[in-house]
Design a protein around this ligand. Sequence first.
Ligand code: NAP
Length: 285
Amino acid sequence: MNPILIDGKSIAEKIINRVKKAIAKMPKPPKLAFIMVGNNPASEIYVAKKIAACKLCGINAKKIHLSYGCDQKKIAESIISLNLNPNVDAIMLQLPLPSYLEPEGLINKIDPLKDVECLTYANFGKALFKEFNEKEIYPVTALAVYEVLKYLKEDIRGKNIVVIGKSNIAGKPTAELLLKLGATVTVCHSQTKNLSTYTKKAEIIVSAVGKRNLITARSIKNGAIIIDVGIERIGEKIYGDVEFNKALKKVKAITPVPGGVGPITVAKLMENVLKIYKKRQNTNS
Ligand code: NAP
């Protein structure tokens, strides 16, 4: 079998170019504010990548870096001041936050009109109830998975898909989106017994855990499509959840880590900025 190795960078580049062209036609560039708390090295890298993507698209990026130890109230105040600032179009709280903080309350302080990640109760709740519409915002990791399936021209209606991970930012919105698109979705998580009994039957596996080699090649069905969202950092290197080299020999298509879902997620974030910017302009006019 000749597997398709999905080049996330080139998919991302096309999305970025589309966003860039659309922004060039706008009267002024949108502004995206990032709030980062503490010094998580991985978060620093992700924020830097997102700021670089903003530059490519012509989006103004503003980074607000709060030091480790700053309390919930101070972060909430920062969010509220960005909500009130008419020059800020989109707000993103970089996750994970240090463990002494409670993310949900802070996420829900973001004005839904500026909630670029679609994570507030108002936006995600609405997205859950409505039919999927590509023109509207949706959590970006799920959109990146969707983009991979679109690239593969994969009709997922009735397909048996296993999503591993059920977090609010990755696994859950992805599973919900796949369900909306007509797939038969099984969601596995840390309490799932005998994970491989599920993965062995899956035509498509989406893994969003962050544990290297969680999915061994032996636990993958021949000809499956593998979308590896997970990231585990070991020293300077990053790994996905799937035993990549061995899996490559038996799959129909696979996303590598790095260079797979990651760049597409960043590009979809840029696209979400454009979507909410347009929506805000329509609301204000
Ligand atoms: P998270 O909040 O820590 O969630 C991890 C999920 O994995 C949880 O649902 C957890 O189950 C499940 N899990 C943990 N151990 C497991 C096991 N042994 N077997 C099956 N499931 C297990 O993390 P997250 O924010 O969703 O992110 C997940 C991974 O994706 C991370 O590596 C993150 O860096 C990566 N990520 C990548 C992108 C990208 O663009 N490539 C975007 C977002 C996230 P419980 O719910 O039962 O605890």
